[in-house]
Design a binder for this molecule. Structure first.
Ligand code: ATP
Ligand code: F6P
Ligand code: MG
Length: 785
C-alpha cells in the first residue's frame, strides 16, 4: 500500500534546541551497531545545543541510578563506531518489570532533570518503554505522595518523551524492516556457513546449524536464503507433522543427485505445529537414525552477536541515532512516542504503541497456533521471502501436467563483475524453470551473444551459485551499438522472448540502446529488464545496486584495519582513495561507516579553501587529543585535487602535528564473497523480474501467440526506490541520467553528507529524514531486507 504522506524538506540548524537534554541507553541483548546509534544520538544532541546523558547498563542503571547516569560529551563517543556490542553496557533487568523498579527509575530520572529518553533495544525493551510512558503520570503521583519529588518537579516533568530505536539481532519488532544488528548477525552466520561447507564437503557430512531467535525465524530464513541451505526450521512456520519424512526424503534425493553435503538451519525457537520445540539434537537423531548420515551440530550462539558491525548497521545506527534525537526534540505533550526505523531506504517514525501491539499480536498468533497469521503479521517481506526460499531450495522443478507457460528467456551480464550477480542468475533460472519456461545463459556479454555463446540452463546448473562472488556467466563492458543486426539474428535464432540484463551503468545503457532500435528490429520487441549491479551504485532508477553493499563492507573493513595499524604510534591521518567512477556513494557511505573526518566526491565541489579549512580542522582535533584521522576521496572527485595532492597537502600542513599515509584501495573493493544483503537482494530482484516478465507476456501476447511489445513499459530497470521495489521504464530514466559522468542526476545519499559532517564536528545544516507513517503502512511494503 503506497503511503500518501508527502515529503517536505526540513533543515535543522546548529544550536536550534539549546537548553534541552536527553538520556540514551541500550537494553536487552546487545547488538552490533548500537555504538554507532549512541554516538549519533549524542553528537546530534550536541549539535542541537542539548545536554546528553548516558544511562549505563540499560534499565538496571536507570533503576539503580548513581554513577550509572552520567553526562556524555563529544569525546566519550569517539572511536566507538567500529566496535561491536555497546560501550555503555546493556542488561536484562528484572527490577524494571516490576512497578517498584519503574518507580525508582522515574525518581532517578527526575532528580537529574531527565524526561527525554532514547531507548535502543529489542521488542522487550521497547515494550517496557511503552509501559513506562503509560504509567509515568501515576508514578509521579506516587513519588509526590511519598515525598520523593516536589509539586514543581511533578509539573515540570509531567510528560515523559520517549523515542525508540530497534537494536536487536533478532529483527522481531514490527514497524521496521531491519533492526540495528541484524545485518551483522547475518554476516556472522553466513561466514560460518560458508566455512562449514568446505569441511562438510570433504567428509560428506550433514550439518545442523542452530542460529539465534527465540521467537523469531528471521535470521534462520535469511541465512537459509543467502546460503542456499537445504532445510530450515523456524517458529512462525512450524514443521508439519510429517517433517521427519519430508526432511529425510529431501536429503536423500539430494545425495542421490550427487550432492556431498547438506546444511540444515534451525532457529533456536523452532517448534512443530503443536508448539513443541524442535532442537538441533532432535533433527540430528532423525538424520542419523533414518539415513545413517554422518551428522554434526554447530551452535553458533553468541558469536552471532559479536564482532564488528557491518557497514549497513553502522550507517543505520548513524541515521537512526540522529533521527531519534530530532524526533525527541520535536516531541510535544500531545505527540505520541515513536520508534525511528527504516522502511525500505526511508527513515520513518512509527507510533511506538502500534509497533508494540503488532509485535504482541505476532506472539499471540503463535500462541494460538495461527501460523498463517503469524507469518502475515511479520510483514509482506517475510511472507515473500519464505515463499522464495521454499521454491528455490526445491531439488527439482515440479512435474507439470497439462499446459506450461513455455516462454524462452535469456539472461546475461554487461559491465564489471559485482557480488550478487550469481545469486540473481540462480534465482532467475530457477524461477523461470519453476514456471515452466526455458531459460538461456548468454556468456560474456554482448560479445558472447554475437558469437552465439548461449546455453540452455538447467535447475542444477546453478546449484551453489548464491554465495559465490564474481560472475559465472562472464561479463564484458561492450555496448551493442553498431552490432544490432548480429544481436537481432541471435535473438531470432534462439527464439528469445524475454531478456534480463544484470550489470552496471553499461547494462542500463545497453538495454536502452537495444530498446531504441525496436522500430528497426522486431526481435527487440520483447520484454527487457535490467537488474542494476555494480559496486559504484551509479545507476539511475535505483537507490542501491547489487554488489554495492559488498563493496562498502570491504572498504569499511579495510579502513578499520588501516586505522588500527597506527594504534600506539604517533598521530596519523590516512588518505584513502575509493572506486566509484564519478559517483561518490562508496566514499560517502564508507566515510559515514568509518567515522571519517571528510569524504571528497565529484558531486560536491570543493575548493582549496574547503581543503584548507578541513586541514585546520584536523589539526585542531589532533591538538584536542584525537589520535587518528580518516579522509576518503572518490577516485574522480577532482581532476586536479587528486589523492596525491590531498595527501601532500595534509602532510605539509600537518607537519609537527601528525604524519600522513595514502592508500589506493583498487579492485579489492569488489569483494570476495557477497554479503547476505547482496545475496538476498539478487535473489529477490530476480524473482520479481520473473513475475514482471510473466505479466508482460500476458499483456503483450498477439493473436498468433507471439510476443510483441513496443511500449516503454516493456523495457525497464528494477530498482529500490525509497520504500519499495520499482520497475521504471528505461525511457523515463534518460532525463534523470548524466551520461557524461555516468551518474544519476539526483542521488538520495547526498542528503547523508551533512550528517557525515555533523558527526565529524563540522558546521552543516542537517536535513531531517523521518517520515511519519503507521505500522500498517510500514509492514505492507515489500521490504528491501
Ligand atoms: N513487559 C515489560 N515490562 C517492563 N519491562 C520490560 C518488559 N519487557 C522487557 N522489559 C525490560 O526490557 C529488558 C530487555 O528485554 P528483553 O530481555 O526482552 O530484550 P529485548 O529488548 O527484546 O532485546 P533482545 O531480544 O534483542 O535481547 C528486560 O530485561 C526488562 O528490563
Ligand atoms: O544473551 P542471552 O541473555 O543469553 O540471550 C540470548 C537471546 O538473545 C538474543 O540474542 C537477542 O534477543 C536471542 O536471539 C537469544 O535467544
Ligand atoms: Mg527480544
Amino acid at each position: 500500500m503506497a503511503t500518501t504522506t508527502t515529503v517536505k524538506q526540513r533543515f535543522i540548524e546548529r544550536g536550534s534546541h539549546k537548553g534541552k537534554g536527553l538520556a540514551v541507553f541500550t537494553s536487552g541483548g546487545d547488538s552490533q551497531g548500537m555504538n554507532a546509534a549512541v554516538r549519533a544520538c549524542v553528537r546530534m544532541a550536541i549539535y542541537l545545543g542539548c545536554k546528553a546523558y548516558f544511562i549505563r547498563e540499560g534499565y538496571q542503571g536507570m533503576v539503580d541510578g548513581g554513577d550509572n547516569i552520567v553526562e556524555a560529551n563529544w569525546a566519550s563517543v569517539s572511536s566507538i563506531i567500529h566496535r561491536g556490542g555497546t560501550v555503555i553496557g546493556s542488561a536484562r533487568c528484572m527490577d524494571f518489570k516490576q512497578r517498584a523498579g519503574r518507580l525508582k527509575a522515574a525518581n532517578n530520572l527526575i532528580q537529574r532533570g531527565i524526561s527525554n529518553l532514547v531507548v535502543i533495544g529489542g521488542d522487550g525493551s521497547l515494550t517496557g518503554a511503552n509501559l513506562f510512558r503509560q504509567e509515568w503520570s501515576s508514578l509521579l503521583d506516587e513519588l509526590l505522595k511519598n515525598g520523593q519529588i516536589t509539586e514543581e518537579q511533578k509539573t515540570k516533568y509531567a510528560v515523559l518523551h520517549i523515542v525508540g530505536m530497534v537494536g536487536s539481532i533478532d529483527n522481531d519488532f514490527c514497524g521496521t524492516d531491519m533492526t540495528i544488528g541484524t545485518d551483522s548477525a547475518l554476516h556472522r552466520i553466513i561466514e560460518a556457513i560458508d566455512a562449514i561447507v568446505s569441511t562438510a564437503y570433504s567428509h560428506q557430512r550433514t550439518f545442523i546449524m542452530e542460529v539465534m531467535g527465540r521467537h523469531c525465524g528471521y535470521l534462520a530464513l535469511q541465512a537459509g536464503m543467502s546460503s542456499g541451505s537445504d532445510y530450515i526450521f523456524i517458529p512462525e512456520d512450524p514443521a508439519r507433522e510429517n517433517w521427519r519424512e519430508m526432511l529425510c526424503e529431501k536429503l536423500l534425493q539430494e545425495r542421490n543427485a550427487g550432492q556431498r553435503l547438506n546444511i540444515i538451519i534451525v532457529a533456536e525457537g523452532a517448534i512443530d505445529r503443536d508448539g513443541k520445540p524442535i532442537s538441533a539434537e532432535d533433527i540430528k537423531k532423525v538424520v542419523v537414525d533414518k539415513l545413517q548420515q554422518d551428522t554434526r551440530i554447530t551452535v553458533l550462539g553468541h558469536v552471532q552477536r559479536g564482532g564488528n558491525p557491518s557497514a549497513f548497521d553502522r550507517v543505520l545506527g548513524c541515521r537512526m541515532g540522529a533521527e531519534a534525537t530530532l524526533a525527541l526534540m520535536e516531541a510535544t505533550s500531545e505527540s505520541v512516542p515513536v520508534v525511528v526505523s527504516l522502511d525500505g531506504n526511508q527513515a520513518v517514525r512509527v507510533p511506538l504503541m502500534e509497533c508494540v501491539e503488532r509485535t504482541q499480536a505476532v506472539a499471540k498468533a503463535m500462541a494460538d497456533k495461527n501460523w498463517e497469521l503469524a507469518v502475515k503479521l511479520r510483514g509482506r517481506s517475510f511472507e515473500r521471502n519464505l515463499e522464495t526460499y521454499k521454491m528455490l531450495t526445491r531439488l527439482k522443478p515440479p512435474k507439470r501436467e497439462g499446459q506450461v507457460s513455455g516462454y524462452r528467456l535469456a539472461v546475461m551480464h554487461i559491465g564489471a563483475p559485482a557480488c550478487g550477480m550469481n545469486a540473481a542468475v540462480r534465482s532467475f533460472v530457477r524461477n523461470c524453470i519453476y514456471r515452466g519456461d526455458t531459460v538461456f545463459g548468454i556468456h560474456d556479454g554482448i560479445e558472447g551473444l554475437i558469437a552465439g555463446n548461449i546455453k540452455e540452463m538447467g535447475w542444477s546448473d546453478v546449484t551453489g551459485w548464491v554465495g559465490q562472488g564474481g560472475a559465472f556467466l562472464g561479463t564484458k563492458r561492450t555496448l551493442p551499438e553498431c552490432k544490432f543486426n548480429e544481436i537481432a539474428a541471435r535473438l531470432k535464432e534462439f527464439k528469445i522472448q524475454g531478456l534480463l540484463i544484470i550489470g552496471g551503468f553499461e547494462a542500463y545503457h545497453a538495454c536502452g540502446q537495444i530498446a531504441d532500435q525496436r522500430a528497426n528490429f522486431p526481435e527487440f520487441c520483447i520484454p527487457m529488464a535490467v537488474i542494476p549491479s555494480t559496486i559504484s551504485n551509479n545507476v539511475p532508477g535505483t537507490e542501491f545496486s547489487l554488489g554495492c553493499d559488498t563493496g562498502l563492507n570491504e572498504i569499511t573493513e579495510i579502513c578499520d584495519r588501516i586505522r588500527q595499524s597506527a594504534q600506539g604510534t604517533k598521530r596519523r591521518v590516512f588518505v584513502i582513495e575509493t572506486m566509484g567512477g564519478y559517483c561518490g556513494y562508496l566514499a560517502t557511505l564508507a566515510g559515514l561507516a568509518g567515522g571519517a573526518d571528510a569524504a571528497y566526491i565529484f558531486e560536491e565541489k570543493f575548493s582549496i579553501k574547503d581543503l584548507q579549512q578541513d586541514v585546520y580542522h584536523m589539526a585542531s582535533k589532533m591538538a584536542e587529543g584525537v589520535q587518528r584521522g580518516l579522509i576518503l576521496r572518490n577516485e574522480k572527485a577532482s581532476e586536479n585535487y587528486n589523492t596525491d595532492f590531498i595527501y601532500r597537502l595534509y602532510s605539509e600542513e600537518g607537519k609537527g602535528l601528525f604524519s600522513c599515509r595514502m592508500n589506493i584501495l583498487g579492485h579489492m573493493q569488489q569483494g570476495g564473497s557477497p554479503t547476505p544483503f547482496d545475496r538476498n537482494m539478487g535473489t529477490k530482484m530476480a524473482a520479481k523480474c520473473v513475475d514482471w516478465f510473466s505479466e508482460q507476456f500476458k499483456n503483450n501476447k498477439q493473436a498468433d501467440g507471439t510476443i510483441k511489445c513496443t511500449n516503454k513499459e516493456s523495457a525497464v530497470l528494477l530498482g529500490i526506490v525509497r520504500r519499495q521495489y520499482r520497475f521504471t521504464p528505461l525511457a523515463d530514466l534518460i532525463a534523470e541520467t548524466n551520461f557524461e559522468q555516468r551518474i544519476p542526476k539526483t542521488q538520495w545519499w547526498l542528503k547523508l553528507r551533512p550528517l557525515l559532517r555533523i558527526l565529524a564536528k563540522h558546521d552543516s545544516a542537517y536535513e531531517e529524514e523521518g517520515l511519519y507513517i503507521t505500522v500498517e503502512e510500514e509492514c505492507s511494503t515489500d521490504a528491501v531486507a
